[in-house]
Design a protein around this ligand. Structure first.
Ligand SMILES: *[C@@H]1O[C@H](CO)[C@@H](O)[C@H](O)[C@H]1NC(C)=O
Ligand SMILES: *[C@@H]1O[C@H](CO)[C@@H](O)[C@H](O)[C@H]1NC(C)=O
Length: 298
């Protein structure tokens, strides 16, 4: 509706401009024209934004369809979401993120990216270091930040962290909400089809090598990386709960910190899982979930 309201005065002014008008009135109309154009442009972008975000498409006026939606355009599917904010809850997000193409060969030149997923409470004190790390490697990485919902990062538009916060929820370190946050990060990162590798980092992580080396290492590796120790004693096997059988046996029980690097296939496996998730949710109390604030070192 805003589009109509905004455009109308713009059109009328063109018609009556020919007649001699008092200067003040003309100025007034010009102001209106500019305002109208502004509103039109804003609403155009709003609709385009919704067109990308809402693949299923909610009932929209037909007037906008030809201009702003090209459903047959491959570009719509491979372009990363222009805005990381969305209104999907976790159920909807995970479902959407679990879409996987069955044909393995991409019909375009795909440059695989590394998704750096920052699981933080609030500010990123090492942001300047990361800025330097990423500098000059645009197109090979994407960044996602999950912080406490109350924290509004004030990054400048030139920062690599600008507008990279995903819709977040409260995380209690060492509880299931921590796993939820990790899965939420993965799911949001999966929405960009170019992301091929997913790295979970904290605000305390420091890259030990430059970007080129890390990118080359990860892209050439056949493996994903995560901590996994089979340990006797109270902090290892001692934390196993027999209720986790048969899905998780004692022999399969591992300990490790949560920081990981996984490929896209594994990332989808993690967000689609409904077998192990309930077992860990129901039978892993907070001390069992291996994490404490001290594990924030990577
Ligand atoms: C998300 O919304 C759907 C539909 O309203 C609902 O069925 C589902 O339980 C919600 N999921 C969560 C995690 O709130
Ligand atoms: C990254 O580090 C390697 C080894 O230290 C070096 O040879 C290379 O030039 C560096 N790349 C960049 C872009 O700085």
């Amino acid at each position: 509706m805003a589009l109509e309201d905004g455009k109308e005065p713009g059109i009328t002014i063109r018609l009556i401009q020919n007649r001699p008008l008092p200067l003040r009135l003309l100025q007034f109309f010009l102001l209106f024209l500019v305002l109208g154009l502004g509103v039109s442009i804003i609403s155009m972008y709003t609709f385009r934004y919704f067109g990308i975000q809402n693949v299923t498409g909610v009932g929209r006026s037909n007037i906008f369809l030809p201009c702003f939606e090209a459903p047959n355009d491959l570009e719509n599917w491979i372009r990363p979401p222009s805005n990381l904010l969305h209104k999907m809850n976790d159920t909807e997000l995970f479902w959407r993120a679990s879409f996987v193409p069955r044909i393995k060969e991409y019909p375009y030149r795909r440059v695989p990216k590394i998704a750096f997923m920052f699981l933080t409470k609030g500010p990123l004190p090492l942001a300047p270091l990361w800025e330097r790390f990423f500098k000059g490697h645009e197109g090979l990485y994407s960044i996602y930040v999950h912080s406490l919902p109350s924290y509004a990062g004030n990054y400048t538009p030139s920062s690599v962290f600008y507008k990279r916060q995903i819709p977040s929820q409260v995380v209690e370190w060492g509880r299931m909400s921590m796993c939820d946050a990790e899965r939420r990060l993965l799911a949001n990162a999966l929405l960009d089809i170019s992301n091929e590798w997913f790295i979970l980092v904290s605000e305390a992580c420091i890259p030990l090598h430059n970007f080129s080396i890390i990118y080359r290492y990860i892209s050439r590796s056949r493996y994903s990386f995560m901590g996994s120790f089979d340990e006797d004693g109270p902090y290892g096997r001692g934390r196993y709960n027999w209720n986790m059988q048969p899905e998780v046996t004692l022999a399969q029980w591992r300990k490790g910190s949560q920081w990981f690097e996984v490929n896209r296939r594994l990332a989808v496996n993690i967000i689609e899982d409904t077998t192990y998730y309930p077992k860990f949710r129901d039978f892993c109390s907070q001390h069992v979930m291996w994490m404490s604030t001290t594990s924030l070192r990577c």
